[in-house]
Design a protein around this ligand. Structure first.
Ligand SMILES: Nc1nc2c(c(=O)[nH]1)N[C@H]1C(S)=C(S)[C@@H](COP(=O)(O)O)O[C@H]1N2
Ligand SMILES: [Mo]
Length: 376
């Protein structure tokens, strides 16, 4: 299977990845024990190596980010500032995972960027970036994940996005009753489609801002889609220039003919960030920490089990939204020996994360993240 993904640790300042990030990279490339295996979204062709992004070009096309009509409250204190090894509440742009089918396009000038809304619509539209900036802006805390993220993997990140409502725009284009798919695309050959019915009031957006900055180039400057509750491959088109209303029985997005599922709702998952799998700890006072996500309802609880003991309710970090991840942690008195640690999430509907293990292909990995540490 071809690895078409680019896992970027820090494209701005290349540095040696941490052990954890390295696991992410090796995982993303499907490399275990030195054998290149299958992964990414790719299918059936040669495996490529890790792609170096080099020093990122500074984007000369800057613009002043508009402010949201009702800005979200300032971010709460991040528990990760005091809990060792816990993922930050917000993933910094420079460390945000990146998945692309190929090279990034040449930097796009917002002054010439246009978005066409076409296909099965009564009122086809072309909107410019200036048009976009005039629309009401809102902020959204949303965790996006790659469908090819393994259980415990790092192809996921949480950001505060800024943009305008996608459903309003689509409504203005007046979809015909026959249309059942919103298929977005970029000039890079990528396309992603999701059911029109997913625009059910959720805060889907055309995003132009990420964590207080214009979208970084590698994340889709000047505009991309963000649709809460859906994996990136069906929704999150970067450098988006066209949204076509169409039908699933006529066409699908880029990844579907390559073996990935037509529908891509993001699965509930929990990840143990700390300690790392295989770590050696000293006996006594320790902690276990991670993040969990459960779109669209959000995380109600995370439970941790050590060596088949009772499930322990974790303490939980702040709620940003129903589709943003939630941090969790427990204090733990580590006793000597090998310790198997399992985490599972429970969503606000009361559903417990399934223990049934599945690979990411075709519709997302699932199962309880399990690690083994040795306490000696
Ligand atoms: N233009 C374009 N948009 C894209 C992709 C792509 O290959 N090209 N990959 C998609 C996939 S598979 C994912 S998981 C997300 C990743 O977004 P990120 O790179 O900003 O993290 O972007 C989506 N949007
Ligand atoms: Mo993805």
């Amino acid at each position: 299977m071809r690895c078409a993904s680019v896992y970027s640790v820090s494209p701005i300042k290349p540095r040696n990845p941490t052990r954890r990030e390295l696991f992410g990279i090796l995982g993303a490339l499907g490399i275990a024990g030195g054998v290149a295996a299958t992964i990414g979204h790719g299918a059936k062709s040669a495996t490529t190596g890790i792609k170096k992004l080099g020093t990122a070009a500074v984007n000369k096309f800057k613009f002043a980010l508009p402010t949201a009509q009702k800005p979200l409250p300032a971010l709460p204190t991040d528990p990760a500032t005091t809990i060792d090894g816990l993922s930050p509440l917000i993933t910094p742009n420079a460390g945000f995972y990146q998945i692309d089918i190929g090279d990034n396009p040449a930097p796009i000038d917002p002054a010439t960027w246009e978005l066409k809304i076409t296909g099965m619509v009564k009122n086809p539209m072309t909107i410019t970036f200036a048009d976009l900036l005039k629309r009401p802006m809102f902020e959204l805390d949303d965790t996006i994940s790659c469908v090819s993220n393994d259980v415990g993997g790092f192809l996921i990140g949480n950001a505060r996005w800024l943009g305008c409502r996608l459903d309003d725009l689509i409504k203005e284009a007046q979809p015909l009753p026959s249309a059942d798919q919103v298929l977005s695309s970029s000039s890079t050959g990528f396309s992603a489609g999701f059911p029109l019915t997913a625009l059910d009031g959720r805060d889907a957006m055309i995003a132009i801002g990420m964590n207080g900055e214009p979208l970084p180039e590698k994340h889709g400057f000047p505009a991309r889609l963000i649709v809460p509750g859906l994996y990136g491959y069906v929704s999150a088109t970067k450098w988006v220039t066209q949204i076509e209303l169409t039908r699933f029985d006529i066409k699908t997005g880029y990844w579907q003919p390559r073996g990935w599922a037509v529908l891509g709702p993001t699965k509930m998952e929990s990840r143990i960030d700390y300690p790392a799998n295989g770590a050696t700890l000293t006996p006594g006072s320790a902690h276990i920490a991670g993040v969990a996500w459960a779109p669209l309802s959000g995380i109600k609880a995370v439970q941790v089990r050590i060596n088949e003991g009772d499930w322990i309710d974790a303490e939980l970090g702040p709620v940003l939204s129903g589709t943003a991840w939630r941090q969790w942690w427990i204090k733990w008195n580590a006793s000597k020996g090998d310790q198997t640690i399992v985490a599972r999430a429970i969503n606000n509907d009361g559903t417990v994360q399934t223990s049934t293990i599945k690979d990411s292909l075709p519709d997302g990995a699932q199962g309880w993240h399990t690690i083994i540490v040795s306490v000696a």
